[in-house]
Design a protein around this ligand. Structure first.
Ligand code: MN
Length: 489
């Protein structure tokens, strides 16, 4: 997919050919300048200046049908009577930005006349267009400000990331090896509703199908993975060639090669495993999962396909930087310095690592298999988000918490897994209670590569609710919001 964003200006015939030629020239200039800025990850293609209902509807149909177009930017340079937009907007099935900008940044104080006023009408043209979008209940992203403003460009880029993730979600496929962990509630959900809402398919396999694929994978592919691991990580001596546990590394590499082949063959974008279904494995896939996540696959442990698909979506939004499957594991409840230690049994993505990961093998008390290899590291610090997706029975809800990843004050010398320590906004007590009121899961997608804005856009594309817990969250208002949302959705 050569992903692009379409760009169109809205106007009308009343202005005459001279003004419309100016509108078109200005729109082309803005599209070109946005591309030249380098601030937006996808190429923006100026397509049309739209002046009548038939052209608008035709534009939307072409946009819907173009597999490379993730969505469109619409800009009202002048007034564009919005009844013309009704049919087109009703047919539009892709994300759109209403870019509420004006060609000239400043009012030309001494020269301004009615000709100038008639050309630069975004201030009221944008309101007419906005009204019909609201009246039609069209979810969209409104970005207001001058097009050369770096904040406006940055916001366009976050929307582009979300639109790209949405296009990926609509064609995505999750492979499940085994079912959900027995008796767990939050990792369950309606797969038909998920496909209807997010587009992605969820396909289940017996773990034997994967074992077959692993056994058929040529040894040279596994050998290449071993070589890669030896150079990429600080490998513990016992895993090195000739070391007492080297066979574990070779076995893990074989799992990885087979799993990668299975995912590639089936066109999968995410996958799940479960420690309760490991028949034929000699070790729980740890290192293999970590490395495949690093390559961009979504992942959910214990059969958690919703989180696997969410991790994939966030990886697309974040351009695969700093994003991992995550679990709230343990608290530090010291007054004034409360934190969450996030980790998992094994499966944390090295894209969030602060430095070079260590590669080691330790026994695992769960799953009843041999010592699994795993990468161990602490995460890079900085602002991040945690996101969870839950099935409420009649709809999906995303719960998002803005957090700050921090460095541990002391080394976690005996912790045999990768981890990340974070301080949630507005504080741990409020964040944890709010998350629990909202029904957020213990599994999440953790990312330092996005903000909550991408997730907000993504939820609007999907038509689902997003609950945000951030620096402004107050528990009383949050509980009221949850009650109102239950009625609204
Ligand atoms: Mn888990």
């Amino acid at each position: 997919m050569n992903a692009t964003i379409w760009f169109a200006a809205g106007s009308q015939h009343l202005y005459g050919p001279q003004t419309l030629a100016q509108v078109e020239a200005d729109a082309k200039k803005i599209a070109q300048a946005l591309n030249d800025s380098g601030a937006i990850r996808l190429n923006i293609q100026y397509k049309a200046t739209l002046t009548c209902a038939d052209d608008i509807t035709a534009y939307m149909r072409k946009l819907n049908a173009d597999p490379d177009a993730v969505g469109t930017i619409l800009w009202m340079h002048t007034f564009s009577p919005a009844k013309m937009w009704i049919q087109g907007l009703k047919e539009l099935s892709k994300p759109f930005v209403h870019l509420h900008t004006q060609f000239n940044r400043d009012i030309p104080w001494s020269d301004i006349d009615m000709d100038y006023m008639n050309l630069h009408q975004s201030a009221h043209g944008g309101r007419e267009f906005g009204f019909i979008c609201t009246r039609l209940r069209k979810e969209r992203t409104v970005i207001a400000g001058h097009w050369q403003d770096t904040q406006v460009q940055k916001r366009l880029d976050t929307w582009a990331g979300a639109a790209l993730a949405w296009a990926d979600s609509r064609t995505g496929k999750v492979a499940r090896f085994g079912d959900n962990m027995r008796d767990v509630a939050v990792t369950e959900g309606d797969k038909v509703a998920a496909q209807e809402t997010f587009g992605y398919q969820v396909h289940g396999y017996g773990v034997g199908d994967l074992i077959d694929c692993i056994q058929k994978t040529p040894d040279r592919e596994a050998a290449a993975i071993v070589e890669e691991c030896l150079s990429a990580y600080d490998v513990t001596p016992e895993l090195l060639p000739g070391g007492a546990k080297h066979e574990i590394l070779k076995d893990s590499a074989k799992i990885e090669a087979g799993l990668a082949a299975f995912l590639k063959e089936g066109g999968f974008t995410a996958f799940t495993t479960t420690f309760e279904d490991l028949h034929g494995f000699r070790q729980l896939p740890g290192l293999a999962v970590q490395r495949l996540m690093e390559k961009g696959y979504g992942f959910g442990a214990e059969g958690d396909w919703k989180t696997a698909a969410l991790v994939r979506a966030v990886k697309v939004m974040a351009d695969n930087r700093g994003t991992s499957f995550m679990e709230d594991y343990t608290y530090h409840l010291e007054e004034g310095n409360m934190m969450v230690l996030g980790a998992h049994m094994l499966e944390v993505c090295p894209s969030i690592a602060a430095g070079k990961p260590r590669l080691e093998a330790f026994p695992l008390s769960i799953g009843g298999k041999g010592d699994p290899a795993r990468l161990i590291f602490t995460a890079a610090t900085g602002p991040a988000v945690n996101a969870s997706i839950i099935d409420l029975g009649d709809r999906f809800r995303m719960v998002v918490n803005t957090v700050t990843a921090v460095a541990p004050s002391q080394p976690l010398k005996k912790l045999p897994v990768a981890s990340v320590l974070w301080k949630p906004d507005p504080d741990l007590k409020t964040a944890a209670a709010g998350w629990i009121y909202a029904g957020g899961a213990h599994h999440s997608a953790f990312s330092t590569g996005i903000t909550y804005r991408e997730l907000d856009d993504f939820c609007s594309f999907a038509g689902i609710e997003m609950v945000l817990i951030d620096g402004h969250t107050d528990l009383f208002r949050l509980r009221q919001e949850l009650r109102v949302s239950d009625r609204a959705y």
